[in-house]
Structure formats: structure tokens, C-alpha cells
Design a protein around this ligand. Structure first.
Ligand code: PMP
Length: 303
């Protein structure tokens, strides 16, 4: 990814893609203390627009606050920078990655004296869980790795260090031929996918785990709003994996994964083994909004 044309916003300046490098003694590289975001811009009839830019930027600042990393820029600056990165790379639809990390002034776990850096890159990124996934659904397996407990690695923060756990889980199930991993919390209840929130549908109602052990997903919040608007009740509660086995439908949500149906968990077919009707409806509503053809114009920031 490092060797390509384009520009990256780095500490207040737009610099050539290949020059956006950091020293090997960068603190975050060694100890994993860093926070980041993932956003998507979609092509709309009025040009490229970033989906829920304000909410993602708020979450980035919350993540930094939780980790006691002092943000060197204000929200308005980073909102503008994210738009500039999409525009200046001439991207129509893309993924946007802001990252906040510590500098290389010192090693050791006291991060007190370290500088805080911000970089923002953007690139075209197609369907995350395979081109067929959005339509046909994916095969998921419960990982043997447990999702972080809230007092091990706080789940409200989208932090670099969370993702070692996600990668372990994903690697494990991908090795056995599954598309994505489901992680359980320390008590054995369903938490989330390696990089997605999970929903199930049962008898016309939508259920999703409460926010104790999963990221407060922005796609999740959008789907809850869209479901309620069309009269589908949404219940946040503890969910067991056998509830997922017996659900009528299930799907993952996330910026990268968008709304991806789950057709199988642990080799048990879910519902009809295809994208279910409620999933299809909510997925369509989500894409209408993201692509500027639906409600919620306030979710889009045109670049
Ligand atoms: N959980 C995890 C662990 C994630 O990495 C993501 C992707 N950011 C999500 C949930 C979904 O969050 P969002 O909808 O805000 O992208």
C-alpha cells in the first residue's frame, strides 16, 4: 500500500503518498497505544460524500480521550482534512483512515513526553467480505479467542491494540475456510465480529448485543434508526450463540462490511441460508442513504 501515487494528510500538511513514513522507533508501533477511524465516502448524485463524518470524528476524539492522548488538532480541522484527502486524491467512493499515534521521542510505557501525530489516508476499497457476501451472505465461525473485557481494553475506544485480538480471531477461522469470526465476551455471550457489529432477526424484531463488549458502531446506530423508522422494534440485550443459530436472519454491520448477511454460524444454517427479507430491506435503505438517494441527508458530508 505504501508504493502508490496520491496524497496523505500528515500533521497538518498534504504530502506525497510515498513520503508518508514514520520512524521504526515510533512508540505506537511497539506498544500499540494509538486510535483510529474507518469511514467511507460514497458517490452520490451530488458528488462524493462522506458517510457520518461528524460521528466518526467524534468517536476518534472520544477514543483519544479514553486513551489520554492529547489531540493536537481540533475537530473542524480534521473534518476539513478528511474531505480534502478524498477530494485531492480524486476519489469518488473510498475508504478513509485517520490514525492518531505517538511519536518516537522515547521508549518505555510512560507516554508522558511523547508527541501525538495524526495522519489521514484514503483509497478505493470495494466490498470488504467478498463481492458475493452482500447478496448471498457469509459463513461465520465463533472464534476460540474472547473479545476484550471492558476493563482490559476499553471497548468504546477504537484503538490500534484492539485489533490484535480481531486478527487472531479472523486468522483462526479464515484458516478453516470461513469468511469472518464471531467473538464472544468473557461471559460467553455474543459480542461482535472481528470488525463488525452483529444483529439477528427473530419474529420480525431486531436484536443486537448491548454495548458492554463491542464497539459502538456507527453503522449499527444507523441501522437501528432505519429499522425503527419502518416500524421494526430493536432490542439491545445479551445474546447467546444458540440464539443466533435459531434466528430467522442475521447480519453484520460496519463501515467496511456495510450490511453483510450471515448465512451460517458454526456450520448451522441461519434461517433460509440466504439474505433474509428484513436484512435485504435494511441493507437497501442503508445504501440509499449512503449513496444520497434516501432519507437522512444529514448523514452525508459532501467533499
Ligand atoms: N466492531 C469492530 C471491532 C469494528 O472494527 C468495527 C468497524 N469500525 C465495528 C464494530 C463497526 O463500527 P462502524 O459501523 O462504526 O464502522
Amino acid at each position: 500500500m505504501a508504493d502508490r501515487d496520491g496524497v496523505i494528510w500528515s500533521d497538518g500538511k498534504m504530502i506525497p503518498w510515498r513520503e508518508a513514513t514514520t520512524h521504526v522507533l515510533t512508540h505506537t508501533l511497539h506498544y500499540g497505544m494509538g486510535v483510529f477511524e474507518g469511514l467511507r465516502a460514497y458517490e452520490t448524485p451530488r458528488g462524493s460524500a462522506i458517510f457520518r463524518l461528524k460521528e466518526h470524528t467524534d468517536r476518534l476524539f472520544n477514543s483519544a480521550h479514553i486513551f489520554m492522548m492529547k489531540m493536537p488538532y481540533d475537530k473542524a480541522t480534521l473534518i476539513q482534512a478528511q474531505c480534502d484527502v478524498v477530494r485531492q486524491n480524486d476519489l469518488k467512493s473510498c475508504y478513509i483512515r485517520p490514525i492518531v499515534f505517538y511519536g518516537s521521542e522515547a521508549m518505555g510505557i510512560s507516554a508522558k513526553t511523547l508527541s501525538v501525530h495524526v495522519a489521514i489516508a484514503a483509497w478505493a476499497w470495494g466490498t470488504y467480505l467478498g463481492p458475493d457476501g452482500l447478496e448471498k451472505g457469509i459463513r461465520v465461525k465463533t472464534s476460540s479467542f474472547t473479545r476484550h473485557h471492558v476493563n482490559i481494553n476499553m471497548c468504546r475506544a477504537k484503538s490500534v491494540t484492539t485489533y490484535a485480538n480481531s486478527i487472531l480471531a479472523h486468522q483462526e477461522v479464515a484458516h478453516d475456510g470461513y469468511d469472518e469470526a464471531l467473538l464472544l465476551d468473557v461471559d460467553g455471550y455474543v459480542a461482535e465480529g472481528a470488525g463488525e457489529n452483529i444483529f439477528i432477526v427473530k419474529q420480525g424484531k431486531l436484536y443486537t448485543p448491548d454495548l458492554t463488549s463491542c464497539l459502538e458502531g456507527i453503522t449499527r446506530a444507523s441501522l437501528i434508526e432505519l429499522a425503527e423508522e419502518i416500524g421494526i422494534p430493536v432490542i439491545e440485550k445479551r445474546i447467546t450463540r444458540d440464539e443466533v443459530y435459531c434466528a430467522d436472519e442475521a447480519f453484520f454491520t460496519g463501515t467496511a462490511a456495510e450490511v453483510t448477511p450471515i448465512r451460517e454460524l458454526d456450520n448451522r444454517t441461519i434461517g433460509s441460508g440466504r439474505r433474509g427479507p428484513i436484512t435485504e430491506k435494511l441493507q437497501a435503505l442503508f445504501f440509499e442513504c449512503a449513496r444520497g438517494n434516501g432519507k437522512h441527508a444529514e448523514w452525508l458530508t459532501h467533499v
